[in-house]
Every structure is written in structure tokens, then in C-alpha cells.
Design a protein around this ligand. Structure first.
Ligand code: PEP
Length: 255
């Protein structure tokens, strides 16, 4: 399986800045084949970056889209519009869940719409700090995972990438709020166990599981060698070219 290194730029970089970053990134990296480097800029940047993209090195991802193809949905963009523009789309990011109130039903429809339009959904799941403190992690993981997959058929589950992103470890500046490889391995095991129970052993092994939560060059090696982890979803560090390329180098080394 490939190693996925996905940069989620969130609401950062305008079209010009994104373009400059992309050119620098493309200069700095080669075609690594066994490492899938993905950047997810704002929706406004996608069209212009897609025209400048060296697809042998980098793939484009969207950060979000709506599940209806067209209609009276002011402010939304659809997976239908993204078809041909991006290879991936992040779905159910915790910022979508907690700031924009997306629930598992909405997330499930988005996962299905992505698959329908041949876009690989990166389904984000993860518990909050208080859910972890109350011992609810396993339930949250199960609900968000199986809930998020509930609108697609079993035959399509292996087309989904799952990203485990503990909400308490995202954009963390305190070491105490950094997930340890042991904590991640425990949840990764839960994810695969749930997939195995519902969809069978083969599918559970085929679904890539990424980790995201304050990944930096200093911890990327430990996360990438955590059992069951097939890549990283990176927010803050993906905005700093040196850090992002360092992480890609680490992925190459530990492969
Ligand atoms: C994210 O938002 O997906 C993320 C993991 O952010 P950060 O790396 O900044 O914690």
C-alpha cells in the first residue's frame, strides 16, 4: 500500500500564495510513486492549481463539498463539480463537525457522493478530549466510522481512506496534547476491528488509515511507523514548505 502524505491547508493561502507554494513544492520533490503526496487548498484555488499541477508528483484534494450535485444550495460546491479537478476530498473533518454542525448522516451522504463522482473520500473520525476522558473513544470511533460508511455499499468501502484525528490533538501547541503512537495504535486497531466485523478481513486490510493531529517533522517518523498507519493528514505543518517536504522525506526513509 502507498503511504499518503496529505496537506490540509484549511482557510490559508490565497490563489497567488497557493500557486507559489505549489511551484516550490513541485521543484523540491520527485515522483516518489510509493508516496502519494496530496495538497488540499481552499475551493477557490482548485481550478487554478489543477492547471499548474504536476500530477506525477502531487495530487489535489478538496477540503469539503456538498452531497447534492446541483440546486438551491447557496454557497455550496458539489462533488459533481469537483469531478476531474481533484482526486481526493476530505469529508467530516472535525472542524466541519463542530463548527458547521455536520453529523454522521451528512458525512455519510458526502462519502457516497464522493464515491459516485469517482473522488476518494478521506473520512475523518476522532474523539474529543471529554469523550476520551469519559471512556467513550471506542463508541465514538465505531459510530463515526460505520455511520460515515452507511450510505455506500460494502463493495465501495475499500475506496475510502479513513483518517483518525483525535480532536484534542489537532493544532496542539502543548506536548501533553500530542497523541502517542500507543494511543494511535489502539484506535487504529479499533478501526480495523470494526471494518473486519462489518465488511470482512480483506476490506479491513485494504482501507488506508491515516493519522492527523499536530504532525511535525519531529514526530512524523514515530507516527508513520505506528502499527496500522498508512500515512498522515497534516494541517499546520503542511503550510510550511520545509516542514512538509521534511515529512515527505521521512515517509520515504521509513517506507
Ligand atoms: C487537521 O486539521 O487535519 C490537522 C491534523 O491539523 P494539525 O496538523 O494542525 O493538527
Amino acid at each position: 500500500m502507498k503511504t499518503y502524505i496529505v496537506g490540509n491547508w484549511k482557510l490559508n493561502f490565497n490563489v497567488g500564495e497557493a500557486s507559489v507554494y505549489l511551484h516550490k513544492l513541485q521543484k523540491k520533490i520527485a515522483n516518489y510513486r510509493d508516496i502519494e503526496v496530496v495538497v488540499a487548498p481552499t475551493a477557490l484555488c482548485l481550478q487554478s492549481l489543477s492547471l499548474q499541477l504536476d500530477r506525477s508528483k502531487i495530487k489535489l484534494g478538496a477540503q469539503n463539498a456538498f452531497y447534492q450535485d446541483f440546486g438551491a444550495f447557496t454557497g455550496e460546491i458539489s462533488f459533481a463539480e469537483l469531478n476531474g479537478l481533484v482526486k481526493y476530498c476530505i469529508v467530516g473533518h472535525s472542524e466541519r463537525r463542530y463548527i458547521f454542525h455536520e453529523d454522521d448522516k451528512m458525512v455519510a451522504k458526502k462519502v457516497a457522493a464522493a464515491i459516485r463522482h469517482k473522488i476518494t473520500p478521506i473520512l475523518c473520525i476522532g474523539e474529543t478530549e471529554s469523550e476520551r476522558a469519559f471512556g467513550e473513544t471506542a463508541d465514538v470511533i465505531r459510530d463515526q466510522l460505520l455511520g460515515g460508511l452507511s450510505e455506500i455499499g460494502a463493495e465501495d468501502v475499500s475506496k475510502v481512506i479513513v483518517a483518525y484525528e483525535p480532536v484534542w490533538a489537532i493544532s496542539s501547541t502543548k506536548d501533553a496534547k500530542i497523541a502517542t503512537p500507543d494511543e494511535i495504535a489502539e484506535v487504529t486497531e479499533m478501526i480495523r476491528k470494526n471494518l473486519k466485523e462489518v465488511y470482512g478481513a480483506k476490506t479491513s486490510e485494504e482501507v488506508p488509515v491515516l493519522f492527523g493531529g499536530s504532525v511535525k517533522p519531529t514526530n512524523a517518523g514515530a507516527y508513520l511507523t505506528t502499527p496500522g498507519i498508512n500515512g498522515l493528514l497534516i494541517g499546520g505543518a503542511s503550510l510550511i514548505l520545509e516542514q512538509f517536504t521534511d515529512i515527505i522525506d521521512i515517509a520515504k526513509r521509513v517506507k
